[in-house]
Ligand binder design. Structure first.
Ligand code: GLV
Ligand code: GLV
Length: 322
């Protein structure tokens, strides 16, 4: 019987769907420690990993040649060395599509919190500070008629853009390739260079994967070219944004605010961000709905079990490994 390692307990429906022997790591609220991961991967036929686990040559060596499949419980796969897996004939699968709408919702939750200063208002009341309705209190930014710039216009970027249409916003995007007309048309979405998008947007929402080319794509020089009334929201991967430079840009009033679901040195949060009122921060909740986490769990388990049976997982990323 196939043996697998599951690096964290998933929702009950997904655990119940696992019909193989599994070794489950359930530790304190930290990722599985590296040494533990290397040790427990040994001899396994499949791994069900989270975005917190680095799957590289060292781990694959530690696992051994019987390893057939790595099912990542995430759409982002910057934690996995896919070429190395492919070279060894190991299948890699992820959980796309099922988390698209939930993640677009979190991007909008952050956009709205930043432009309408929801976090600040909430903290004001909790601090029991005296207040009275005031024509000048906590003034934010209007969304209607303004421009959202989507950086990385894949599935999640497009879902975020669809919501923008409902808010009466104009949509511009930057992407590795232009969207087909049938997708761009209904959104009225126009392609821009990165620099054009930065200068034109009132809201920028990041949806690109983390790659060497996107690491610190948003840095001090970019913040200096954004509108002072603009907000930046990141629901992709933390290192796409230079967090220290972002904190400085918000503090200096170079931009209006920022909303972050992901962090450069996750789970650590840049200290300078914690005291800034213009920043809304949540702990990587993009896919965290009951419905989506159930669908992700079922898809990850399905991917894992297909790979163990020698079949093609539904969300296979490296068909060359088959
Ligand atoms: C979460 O961040 C994911 O990539 O699914
Ligand atoms: C993620 O699935 C994306 O393509 O945006």
């Amino acid at each position: 019987m196939a043996e697998v390692l599951v690096t964290r307990r998933l929702v009950d429906d997904a655990m119940a769907a696992l019909d193989c022997e599994y070794d489950l790591w359930e530790g304190p609220p930290t990722a599985i420690p590296r040494g533990e991961f290397l040790r427990r991967a040994k001899g396994k036929d499949g791994l069900l990993t989270l975005l917190t686990e680095k799957v590289d040559a060292e781990l694959l060596d530690a696992a051994g040649p019987q390893l057939r499949v790595v099912a990542n419980y995430a759409v982002g796969v910057d934690n996995i060395d896919i070429p190395e897996c492919t070279r060894r004939g190991i299948l890699v699968a992820n959980t796309p599509d099922v988390l698209t709408e939930a993640t677009a919702d979190i991007a909008w939750a952050l956009i709205l919190s930043c432009v309408r200063r929801i976090g600040e208002g909430d903290r004001l009341l909790r601090s029991r500070t005296e207040w009275i309705w005031d024509p000048r209190m906590l003034l934010g930014q209007e969304l209607y008629g303004r421009t959202i710039g989507i950086v990385g216009c894949g599935r999640i970027g497009q879902a975020t853009a669809r919501r923008a249409v409902g808010f009466g916003m104009r949509v511009i995007y930057h992407n590795s390739r232009p969207l087909p007309d049938e997708i761009a048309g209904p959104l009225g979405a126009e392609l821009r260079t990165f620099d054009e998008l930065v200068a034109e947007s009132d809201v920028i929402s990041i949806h690109c994967p983390l790659t060497p080319a996107t690491r610190h794509l948003f840095n001090a020089s970019v913040f200096a070219r954004m509108k002072p009334s603009a907000v930046l929201v990141n629901t992709s991967r933390g290192p796409v944004v230079d967090e220290k430079a972002l904190a400085e840009a918000v503090r200096a009033g170079e931009i209006f605010g920022a909303g972050l679901d992901v962090f450069e040195r996750e789970p650590a949060v840049e200290e300078a961000l914690l005291d800034l009122d213009g920043v809304t921060i949540v702990p990587h909740l993009g896919s965290a709905t009951i419905q989506t986490r159930t669908a992700m769990g079922l898809l990850a388990v399905e991917n894992l079990q297909a790979g163990l049976r020698g079949e093609r997982p539904r969300a296979l990323l490296n068909p060359e490994a088959l």
